[in-house]
Design a protein around this ligand. Structure first.
Ligand code: WT7
Length: 663
């Protein structure tokens, strides 16, 4: 379905059988009473139940101030500090309890108790303070999966300085864009980290991001992964500060957490949209933290005695919400792993699960498909025992679901698919694990207090439960919702609200959040999310905008024009195919093909590399001058070409198909 089409499509999906949650799980679940849905039916007051999980310096006056939609203010008047809530307040009962269990790729371990976390967060907050960071300064982090990442986030939160973590796999240009957009004066990085057996030189990305001087950074704080600095790391005088030296000066320092307004910014998380620039989803403190704490407890069903492992990277929203803020807010033990799942062998994940006795495990369908492809023999040597398995990021195919259920869950764990987005802050569609039967391939029902609907292109609601696909929307705001896009309210309005809202109205009921996904709802009320309806792909659970890829590709000097379309991939979900038009007189060659692939690896990151590079003589343009990527997607996936009447020249797709397929 494309953005321009108003028709809905019928999604004919074979119905799947239900599986019951095991009684042993139900017996121990944090939520086993369906009355929760009624409590949250009291809108918006139901959400106070989540806010009550936190310690507030000042209680809120209003649960939701919706007087200026779609700029919503949750728990207005309330004050709190996120670092205090994730660390200090647990010291009374949990000082010695493990907060973070870190496994380095080479195999070393750190067990960080809440008491240690308190010390390390305070000391690093003192370092940040010593270089000038104060309340409301945006601190950019470019850190991999090392304990210093959650520590830095919590230290920022302690000072009331919003953080903006950029996934470590992003390269210099992507980092530079995000630094510039956030107007950040401070960057925190690390000399290197371990990945697939290599000790990578990571700081060089920060160096080259800052090289051309277009980003104005006063201070780069540099952590060290090993005792000695990475042999290739260079420190720039006057700009780079070695954290290890500074920490020595601040041993034992304690800084009072700054009391923040519920609506003060906690962090920015850049994500891909339909235009070239990444957009900074801005999350506040009170609503966000309430929502992730609540969903960690009720959906991930974490208890104080569990060892919980969200096998994701903190560089994306999943890790922010469900490795760091949610689990730590409720005093959990959260596992972090630095490296690759197949290093040094393909059983590494299960080895770690056994080693730490992990009982709740969260990952992506991409990872499940990969484990499935590797084969169950890699699991067999390990004695792990999960009671709860969850996934996020992409549609979960019933086949992969069954494999996960059988081989990872040993047919005795609950399997829960969760749908959400960077913008939603936390999970918004998913079954509460003890309250609903599982159905492979479905994300399940709305979370308590959440009101999804499916609309046709004209904005009319499609009959609930009819199995007809349309635009997935959320009709009422919830506490985890983004506040806006950083310094870009207009884009916030146009990306999420304009399409289906009455934008003249100041009644919040006339405003509808558009998720950019298509979905169907079956007769049992379960949703199934089909995929993005904008020019955004989902590569191995990572969101990638076509425009970002295309802007990188046209940097290759021989390239005149480029368009990117998603091709279905058995493991990664989708991979980008690049359609490239070369400049006049340039012959296609293997060198140019490699240049195209390399420029994407260099500008964005290896994870974004194109699958196929197709040299073509034209691209399909509409009369209004937009590239119709849908047609390229059909060619990439060997599907029949759909309607081409809006094209400038309707013979183009057939021509491209011939050029690509050579017949
Ligand atoms: C997009 C959001 C939120 C954490 C991970 C990704 C897709 C997410 C599911 C699911 C089908 C899913 C959607 C969504 N997506 N979860 N359970 N089933 N699709 O966050 O990078 O903001 O991407 O991921 O297309 O819009 P994100």
């Amino acid at each position: 379905m494309s953005e321009n089409e108003s028709d809905t499509i019928e999604a004919r999906l074979p119905e799947q059988e239900y599986y019951r949650p095991p009684p042993a799980f139900v017996g121990q679940a944090n939520v086993s009473d369906p009355a929760i849905y009624e409590r949250f039916g009291e809108y918006p007051e139901g959400f106070e139940e989540y806010a009550q999980l936190l310690d507030w310096d000042d209680h809120w006056d209003t649960v939701l101030d919706a007087s200026d939609p779609p700029f919503y203010h949750w728990f207005n008047g309330g004050r709190l500090n996120a670092s205090y809530n994730c660390v200090d307040r647990h010291l009374d009962s949990y000082a010695d309890k493990t907060a973070l269990l870190w496994e380095g790729e080479p195999g070393e371990t750190q067990r960080i108790a809440y008491q240690d976390l308190y010390r390390r967060v305070n000391e690093f907050a003192a370092v940040l303070r010593s270089v000038g960071v104060t309340e409301d300064d945006i601190v950019t982090l470019h850190l991999p999966m090392v304990p210093e990442l959650p520590i830095a986030m919590l230290a920022c939160a302690r000072l009331g300085a919003p953080h903006s973590e950029v996934f470590a796999g992003f390269t210099a240009p992507a980092l530079a864009d995000r630094l510039a957009d956030a107007n950040s004066q401070y960057l925190v990085t690390i000399d290197g980290y371990h990945r697939r057996g290599e000790f990578l030189d990571h700081k060089r990305k920060a160096d080259s991001a800052l090289e051309d001087g277009s980003v104005d950074i006063d201070t780069v704080l540099v952590f060290t992964r090993e005792d000695e600095l990475h042999p290739d790391t260079k420190m720039e005088d006057g700009r780079d500060v070695l954290v290890a030296d500074r920490l020595d000066e601040h041993r034992g320092d304690r800084l009072d957490p700054i009391s923040r307004d519920a609506e003060d910014v906690l962090f920015l998380m850049y994500t891909s949209g339909t235009t070239g620039r990444p957009k900074g989803a801005q999350h506040g403190t009170g609503g966000y933290l309430s929502y992730v704490a609540g969903t960690s407890k009720y959906l991930f069903d974490i208890h104080p005695t569990d060892t919980y492992w969200c096998f994701a990277d903190i560089g994306w929203i999943t890790g922010h919400s469900y490795i760091v803020y949610g689990p730590l807010a409720i005093g959990a033990t959260s596992v972090l792993y630095e490296g690759a799942p197949d290093h040094p062998h393909r059983g590494r994940v299960w080895e770690i699960a056994e080693k730490y006795n992990v009982d709740i495990f969260h990952t992506s369908p991409t990872a499940v498909r990969m484990f499935m492809k590797w084969g169950e023999e890699h699991l067999q040597p390990y004695d792990f025992n999960f009671k709860h398995l969850t996934t996020v990021g992409e549609p979960m195919q019933p086949e992969a679901w069954r494999w996960y259920y059988e081989h990872v869950g040993n047919e005795s764990a609950v399997i829960v698919d969760t749908w959400w987005q960077t913008e939603t802050g936390g999970v918004v569609i998913s079954n509460l694990p003890a309250l609903a039967d599982m159905k492979p391939g479905s994300v399940g029902q709305a979370m308590p207090g959440i009101s999804p609907a499916i609309l046709d292109g004209a904005g009319n609601e499609i009959e609930p439960g009819s199995g007809t696909a349309g635009y997935l929307v959320l009709e009422r705001p919830w506490p985890g919702i983004l506040q806006t896009l950083y310094e870009d309210d207009d884009r916030y309005l146009s990306e999420y609200w304009k399409k289906f809202s009455d934008t003249d109205s100041d009644d919040w009921r006339d405003w509808v959040y558009r998720a950019s996904d298509s979905a169907v709802q079956a007769a049992d009320g379960y949703y199934r999310v089909l995929g993005r309806i904008d020019d955004v792909m989902n590569v191995a659970g990572h969101r990638l905008g076509s425009m970002e890829l295309e802007s990188a590709i046209v940097e290759v000097p021989e390239v005149a024009e480029a368009a990117v379309a998603p091709r279905d991939h058995p493991e990664k979900g989708q991979v980008p195919d690049a359609y490239v038009v070369l400049k006049e007189g340039v012959e296609s060659s293997e060198e140019i093909r490699s240049e195209v692939i390399d420029v994407v690896s260099e500008d964005i990151g290896k994870f974004a590399r194109p699958g196929n590079v197709e040299f073509v003589t034209v691209l399909p343009y509409t009369r209004s001058g937009k590239i119709m990527r849908r047609l390229l997607e059909e060619i990439s996936n060997d599907r029949e070409l759909s309607d081409t009447t809006t094209l400038e020249d309707s013979s183009v797709p057939e021509e491209i198909r011939k050029q690509v397929q050579g017949s």
